[in-house]
Design a protein around this ligand. Structure first.
Ligand SMILES: NC(=O)c1ccc[n+]([C@@H]2O[C@H](COP(=O)([O-])OP(=O)(O)OC[C@H]3O[C@@H](n4cnc5c(N)ncnc54)[C@H](O)[C@@H]3O)[C@@H](O)[C@H]2O)c1
Length: 440
């Protein structure tokens, strides 16, 4: 059992804190956002993440998990302090490290005994060493000679399945050259270690690179199949069959070969841009990643163009949009392709009727720029009523089994844009709808 403080209770910090408590550790989660902490203390989860409420409630009840805004108290009571604050993109594409630096310096101003500082935020290669300097500078300013270690322990969870991913990881990466710190990290993840989860023990820089390289590779895979899909449209091939057969090759694998409107979310867009920026800084351009970034931007706009190509002039037309979150089972709209697509359609004169099972609250401010062109519906069928077309942008389960006859009756024009390829053309056409997918 290890005493742990987790700084930042967003999508990663809240899940990490709850799951680390479930592993038997004593965990206190800290956030500077007092509203968030107030909610969490009452067992209210501020984000949509299936299964998180149960694990939080159980561990709070059993006295292993608590939430506070008291940074100093939490850090002083802990042997291990996780940094899980955001690293959003700065204007030049690089990762904005201001939150990490603030927390690292605060740790330096606070610790009173040997502490392991674990960076879980996704950060540019070299940040762990910088964090060490920031902490040391503050200790020196205090005139305190307190030893500490910095460890990089990147996180690979996916929103929507975060609790499962955290508790069943493909690997745990531990970047440090310090034996004592490595050993305490094994105690932190003890149940996983006993379950024979692979541990990758490496240095700080490699651990940081592993996270960027993993995300960039997945973004490349998505972009690759999107470009193949675009070519399928021009050549008469069906990308669904192509992806299925290509994915059966064990060397390639079937995951992340699903064509669609481009990748989004809080990680792939910002991490690919940060990696590209690191490459440029070091005079070693990561040209494949640079190409994927531009292709992904084109892919989003291509979706809007696809709709325009069928509907013609969008003035006076209404489009039902099903799905706003960047993927299913989350309320997160950070860099969701839906943003660029909705904005482009609104710019071209369309009225939008939006529905998402979890992300509409976030959509209110993320799409504030096109407020005059959009209304929210209470269901997928209400969105479709009287619209000239329907477009599925997020593959929520409830959109996979629509009553197509009802949709046909609701729409004025019969256009059905399946931008996640979750329907078979024949079943949609059987209902009298005009089917338009991606790459088929
Ligand atoms: N979201 C994901 O799916 C995911 C997956 C893997 C890795 N990551 C990485 O994890 C990191 C966190 O991502 P997230 O999605 O959880 O971000 P988030 O924006 O949801 O959460 C960050 C939290 O940190 C808090 N915070 C900021 N400054 C603070 C401070 N000084 N003291 C205390 N709390 C502070 C914020 O209030 C917020 O609650 C990022 O680096 C991200 O790239 C995210």
């Amino acid at each position: 059992m290890v005493s742990i403080a987790v700084i930042g209770t967003g999508y990663v910090g809240s899940v990490s804190g709850a799951c680390l408590a479930d592993f038997g550790n004593t965990v206190v989660c800290v956030d500077s956002d007092s509203e968030k902490i107030k909610a969490l203390k009452q067992g209210i989860i501020p984000i949509f993440e299936p299964g998180l409420d149960g694990i939080v409630a159980r561990n709070m009840q059993e006295g292993r998990l608590s939430f506070t805004t008291d940074f100093s108290g939490a850090v002083k009571a802990s042997e291990v302090v996780f940094i899980a604050v955001g690293t959003p993109p700065a204007a030049d594409g690089s990762a904005d490290l201001q939150y990490v630096e603030t927390v690292a310096r605060e740790i330096g101003r606070t610790i009173g005994k040997w502490t392991v500082v674990v960076d879980k935020s996704t950060v540019p290669i070299g940040t762990g060493r910088k964090a060490r300097e920031w902490i040391q500078e503050e200790l020196t300013r205090r005139g305190a000679a307190i030893p500490f270690e910095v460890v990089s322990n990147p996180e690979f969870l996916r929103e929507g399945t975060a609790v499962y991913d955290f508790t069943h990881p493909d690997r745990v990466v531990i970047g440090t050259e310090n034996e004592k710190a490595r050993s305490i990290m094994k105690d932190v993840y003890r149940p996983l270690y006993l379950n024979e989860t692979p541990y990758i023990e490496t240095n700080l820089e490699s651990a940081e690179m592993i996270k960027y390289a993993s995300n960039a590779f997945l973004a490349l895979k998505i972009t690759f199949i999107n470009e193949i899909a675009n070519l399928c449209e021009k050549t008469g091939a069906d990308v669904q069959d192509v992806a299925k057969a290509v994915g059966r090759d064990g060397r390639i694998g079937s995951k992340f070969l699903h064509p669609g409107p481009g990748y989004g979310g809080s990680c792939f867009p910002k991490d690919t841009r940060a990696l590209a920026q690191i490459g440029r800084e070091h005079g070693e351009p990561v040209s494949l990643v640079e190409a994927a970034i531009s292709a992904n931007e084109r892919q989003k706009l291509r979706m809007a163009e696809k709709i325009q190509a069928e509907l013609g002039d969008l003035h006076g037309k209404t489009i039902a949009i099903l799905g706003l979150a960047f993927k299913q089972n989350t309320d997160d709209m950070r860099e969701s392709p839906a943003i660029a697509i909705c904005e482009r359609l609104a710019e071209a004169g369309a009225k939008l009727r939006l529905f998402d099972p979890a992300a509409m609250k976030e959509a209110e401010w993320r799409l504030a720029g096109i407020k005059a062109s959009m209304t929210f519906a209470e269901s997928e069928y209400e969105a479709a009523r009287g619209a000239d077309a329907l477009a599925i942008l997020t593959p929520w389960n409830q959109f996979r089994n629509l009553d197509l006859n009802k949709i046909k009756e609701s729409l004025v024009l019969p256009y059905f844009f399946d931008l996640r390829n979750i329907y078979k053309r024949e079943e949609v056409e059987r209902a009298g709808l005009t089917y338009i997918g991606v790459g088929r």
